[in-house]
Design a protein around this ligand. Structure first.
Ligand code: ADP
Length: 873
């Protein structure tokens, strides 16, 4: 009778590392954080997986809870795997598949190759149980691939054992043996003996089928059985017994075969593995039949029949279940695929966004770099321009200076030439032309220099104290001739309050000069120019109004720009600098300018300049001690202007309007020289002369009289009353300068003579005596109080019945000594005589001469004589 053989296999789905002792896990669980708890529960579940599947499912559920709570995908997928495996052990394949897929879903998210490999292996085994070998092989191969990628070589080998089963099914025994042999090596090397049970069973089966190598088969079945018994692997024990029985059947050793089958039956019934039991019943029935034990054969046939019926119903259910599982699997596979595609799309999207971001960033950086480059370029250019501008203006200023020097040198000799050829009227005209043009050129050059200084902020304002009205009148005088030539009437009016102000004289002069000059220049002949000055305590308002062509409305905004000239005036010579200079000067003095102009009616410029009213102008006259002081008594502005233009640089100049004003100022300032006109209102020059010469305080002051009365008579009259010089009007500036210089020389000479006398070897009294009686009076007072250290200038001035400053000016004028030094000089001269005559010791002499300490005396003496008093002794 032909015996149908049925070789049994066992598949692995165990995890390789399993906790040995559940008690130790409990200890750990009780003392852990929630994440550690998840790990420990999972270990517990794995511990139970081969002992009590329900407990395994329970603990894996707990582990799953904590894994989810901690968002730990790694533990979550492993918890699902454990549950799936436990269900698989219970043959609850539907649930098992469901959990395998859950595990795959989570593992995919974190690309956990190890978990994915285990899940696929699990699925492969499920399909094996469902007899779908194609799918089973597909999943097992995939599982092997994943485990290899995860570098879990032991697990990989175990799966290969499963794979070998598929080759066996396809009767490719040699290939199967090859895989199994190499797997055996890996497992032995890694001391995973437990898994060798199934491997040897499989090897035995392959040898059995390959050329009926029954001894080899027997050898491996026995090895498998021993390991399975040692590790209590029920399915493996059944397989080994069954396969050993099969060998005995082949060898017709039926009793031995029955013995193995009975052992297999026992384990199979204990574990409730009905599928195996059914095969065992069938084989037992056949073997009993073979040995003609029909009773037993019948019994087992019956048992087989009953179980088969039972399983048939179950099979039907299983088929339905199978369909369900297949449907679920397909669905899950699709979902997983969709997830993968979605994840890939999201990844692509993110990558696209990232690359977009990089491109935008790149452009922003390029733009920024470009902006930086442009800014740098402009900064550099600005710097270069500034440097160039600076160099240009330096060069410009140098050139202008160079032009100005020869111009002034032309101007001087021109005056001399003019003087020489005053009779030749034709030449005079040429000279006048030259003079006019050189004046114009000089003015232009000066304007250019001013403009350059203003631009560089180097323009210095020169403040002056005085009568602004007179100052403006002086400026207007300059235009009289020009106005006359065009028959333009110049009208000047002012709110005459006779007040004195501090004002920026150089700026005011240039502003007013330009405005008036323009008004005359751009007005037609036979018109008039009105100049009005209004003064308040801190503001001067000057308006210049003409009846000229006017300035077109649209051009009004440009005329203060440098070099701008009206189109209608292109034929009139000009530079377009004047008004821009006016505007810049006004900015400097914090003033302002307004313009009102109507075509063919005229133009009105109004400037406002801050000034400062001065309460007592006389007190404010600052006398420079290094320069001689000149008092001009004159009511004619031209003469005042002329005289001050001649002397203003080398002398302190004080003005007086008439004789009376003159006397007041002479007494107050005791000037070095007086210049006075004879014809004056209130008090004339002769009266002034008499007053001055008859006053012992003032009689030392030289007086120059000038008068239009050039007759000998009037000259004599002047000289008779003590005038030191006489100048007929019109006088020449040089003549005037020489006369004054000579008088100053005489004053100096007198001073030197006094000082020379002091240095002589004469006695004290003779030495200090002056030719001037007033000085001798002063000396007398000092000698009288010579031992009084407190006798100073104040006491002396009051003894002389004059002010301190009068005393000072008088003594300086006559002796060259200041009042303080004069007193000190007399004390020291006296001390010298006392020392010489051995009148006493140094201290005694010091006190006798009004020094309140010997050291102060020694200091003064040494400074004055160049040696100390003791040395002198
Ligand atoms: P300049 O007189 O040298 O040309 P300014 O800067 O002083 O330069 O004046 C600029 C321009 O303004 C002049 O060229 C002239 O066209 C115009 N202007 C100035 N003042 C008057 C005025 N009073 N009436 C008419 N036009 C004037």
């Amino acid at each position: 009778m032909k015996i149908h053989r049925y070789v049994l296999f066992i598949f692995f789905n165990y995890s390789v590392n399993v906790w040995a002792n559940s008690d130790s896990i409990w200890v750990l669980i009780n003392n852990s954080t929630s994440l550690e708890q998840a790990e420990h529960y999972l270990s517990l579940a794995r511990y139970f997986i081969e002992r009590d599947n329900d407990s395994a499912i329970y603990y894996a559920g707990k582990s799953l809870y904590f894994a989810k709570y901690n968002n730990n995908a790694y533990l979550e997928s492993r918890s699902y795997l454990c549950i799936a495996e436990a269900y698989q052990h219970q043959f609850k394949l539907k649930e098992s598949v469901e959990y395998y897929w859950k595990a795959i879903e989570i593992a995919e998210k974190i690309n956990d190759k190890s978990a994915l490999g285990s899940a696929h292996n699990g699925l492969g085994i499920v399909y094996f149980y469902l007899d779908d070998m194609i799918k089973a092989e597909h999943y097992i191969k995939k599982a092997a691939e994943l485990k290899l990628e995860a570098k879990e070589y032991t697990y990989y080998s175990i799966i290969l054992t499963n794979l070998a089963a598929f080759y066996f099914n396809k009767q490719q025994y040699k290939q199967a043996i090859q895989i199994l042999k190499s797997t055996e090596r890996v497992l032995t090397r890694n001391k995973q003996e437990k898994y060798l049970a199934s491997l040897y069973n499989s090897l035995g089966a392959n040898y059995q089928m390959l050329d009926r190598k029954l001894d080899s088969a027997h050898y491996y079945y026995v090895k498998s059985l021993n390991i399975a018994l040692e590790y209590e692997i029920p399915n493996n024990i059944i397989s080994a017994y069954y396969n050993l029985s099969d060998l005995n059947i082949i060898r017709k050793n039926y009793l031995k075969a029955i013995e193995y089958l009975k052992k297999a039956e026992k384990v199979s019934l204990e574990t409730g593995n009905e599928k195996y039991t059914l095969v065992i019943y069938s084989t037992l029935s056949r073997v009993y039949d073979s040995i003609a034990d029909y009773k037993n054969a019948y019994t087992y046939k019956n048992l087989q029949y009953e179980l088969s019926n039972k399983l048939f119903t179950r099979d039907k259910q299983k088929a339905i279940e199978e369909l369900d599982i297949k449907y679920q699997t397909a669905k899950k596979e699709k979902e997983i695929q969709q997830h993968k595609e979605q994840a890939q799309m999201i990844m692509l999207q993110k990558e696209k966004e990232k690359s977009n971001f990089i491109i935008i960033l790149f452009f922003i950086i390029i733009l920024l770099l470009f902006a930086v480059f442009i800014a740098y370029y402009f900064w550099q250019r600005k710097n270069a321009n500034q440097l160039l501008e600076k160099e240009k203006s330096k060069l410009f200023e140098n050139i202008v200076h160079e032009i100005r020097t020869p111009l002034t040198l032309i101007h001087g000799p021109l005056q001399l030439i003019k003087k020489e050829i005053s009779t030749n009227s034709q030449l005079n005209e040429h000279i006048h032309l030259i003079e006019n043009n050189s004046d114009k050129l000089l003015k232009l050059v000066n304007e250019l220099l001013d403009a350059s200084k203003l631009q560089k902020g180097k323009y210095q304002l020169a403040f002056q104290n005085g009568d602004i009205k007179l100052f403006i009148e002086d400026i207007i005088i300059n235009f009289e001739k020009e106005a006359q030539q065009k028959n333009i009437k110049l009208h000047f009016s002012a709110t005459d309050n006779n007040k004195f102000y501090s004002y920026p004289a150089n700026a005011v002069e240039k502003i007013v000069f330009n405005l008036i000059s323009n008004a005359i220049k751009y007005s037609p002949p036979d018109t008039s120019v009105l100049i009005h000055l209004a003064l308040s305590d801190n503001l001067m308002t000057l308006s210049v109004k003409d009846n000229g062509q006017g300035i077109p409305q649209r051009e009004q905004q440009f005329i203060f720009d440098r070099f701008y000239r009206l189109k209608i005036h292109q034929d009139i010579p000009g530079t377009g600098i004047g008004l821009s200079l006016v505007k810049e000067l006004l900015e400097l003095v914090k003033g302002n300018i307004t313009l009102e102009s109507y075509l063919n009616k005229g133009t009105l410029f109004t400037v406002q300049i801050p000034v400062q009213k001065i309460a007592f102008v006389d007190e404010e006259i600052v006398i420079d001690e290094l320069k001689p002081c000149l008092l001009i008594v004159e009511d004619d502005k031209d003469i005042i202007h002329l005289v001050s233009s001649i002397f203003k640089t080398d002398y302190n100049i004080i003005y007086a309007r008439d004789g009376r004003d003159g006397i007041l100022k002479i007494n107050k300032y005791l000037p070095d020289i007086i210049l006075t006109d004879i014809m004056m209102p209130v008090k004339n020059g002769i009266e002034l002369l008499q007053d001055v010469k008859s006053n012992e305080l003032t009689n030392h002051i030289p007086i120059v009289v000038f008068s239009a009365k050039s007759s000998l008579e009037s000259r004599l009259e002047g000289l008779k009353h003590g005038a030191d010089a006489y100048l007929p009007k019109p006088f020449h500036p040089d003549e005037m300068r020489l006369v004054i210089q000579n008088l100053i020389k005489t004053i100096k000479r007198n001073q030197e003579e006094f000082q020379k006398n002091i240095r002589s070897e004469k006695s004290f009294i003779e030495r200090i005596r002056s030719s001037n009686e007033y000085v001798n009076k002063v000396i007398e007072f000092v000698i009288k109080n010579i031992d009084d250290a407190n006798y100073s200038v104040n006491e002396l001035a009051s003894d002389m019945c004059i002010s301190r400053s009068q005393l000072h000016r008088k003594l300086t004028g006559l002796t060259g000594f200041s009042a303080t030094n004069f007193i000190k000089m007399i004390r020291l001269e006296k001390s010298k005589d006392l020392l010489k005559s051995n009148w006493g010791n140094v201290t005694e002499i010091a006190y006798a001469c009004g020094f309140n300490s010997q050291s102060y005396f020694t200091k003064c003496f040494t400074e004055y004589y160049g040696e100390s008093p003791s040395n002198y002794l």
